[in-house]
Design a protein around this ligand. Structure first.
Ligand code: NI
Length: 204
């Protein structure tokens, strides 16, 4: 093989790899990493749900403050309460956090998580945490917009009746006062790291 042929072959390979990378990045609804790479518009948006007082609310009700959205369920034995504690611990380190931030906990188990159950639950966490639940359809739509995966763990509908666990993604989403996606925090982010990033977001 001549030197020029090798260069042409390498160039062709690079073009092919570039095309492959581009196609991976811009497939809608693909993996979380791709969603983050390809832009804010793909996370969040319009939604409607029922808050802990039984009142219908929408995304518009959360404009004006930085909002941390977390999806889970009140019967969750460990992951959800731990993550809500991390959020509280992070916000406790942010100056004037109560004026600048709000926390929204969205149930991916609306069948069991009634507004009253949500109300009792969110009272354990950051002051003013809003609990959202609603119809199965409300939650399906909202989770879809936030790219949240959830499903009943280990079995079909009806199995175990009221005593079941849910599988769900555990990601905290930070949205700006304009409702637009700023960044996410992966499961396992330490409260100190989250606090630093929240301060950065506010200070620009
Ligand atoms: Ni959970």
């Amino acid at each position: 093989m001549k030197k020029s042929s090798i260069i042409i072959a390498l160039a062709a390979l690079l073009v092919a790899l570039g095309a492959l990378a581009a196609s991976l990045l811009f497939v809608p609804g693909s993996r979380m990493a791709d969603v983050i790479s390809s832009g804010e518009a793909l996370v969040g948006g319009e939604f409607e749900a029922t808050n802990q007082d039984g009142k219908r609310v929408s995304d518009k009700d959360f404009l004006g403050k930085y909002t941390l959205y977390y999806f889970g369920y009140t019967f969750c034995p460990d992951v959800c309460p731990a993550e809500l504690q991390v959020i509280s611990a992070a916000l406790a380190q942010v100056p004037d956090a109560e004026d600048k931030f709000q926390v929204v906990f969205v149930s991916i188990d609306p069948e069991r998580d009634t507004p009253q159950i949500m109300k009792d639950y969110v009272a354990n966490f950051w002051p003013g945490t809003v609990g959202l639940t609603g119809s199965a359809e409300d939650i399906r739509k909202m989770a879809g917009k936030f790219r949240v995966y959830y499903g009943r763990a280990g079995g079909k509908e009806g199995e175990g009746k009221d005593d079941y666990l849910m599988d769900h993604s555990s990601i905290v989403y930070l949205m700006g006062p304009d409702g637009k996606f700023i960044r996410h925090f992966a499961f396992g982010t330490a409260a100190d790291d989250m606090a630093r990033e929240l301060k950065n977001a506010v200070e620009g």
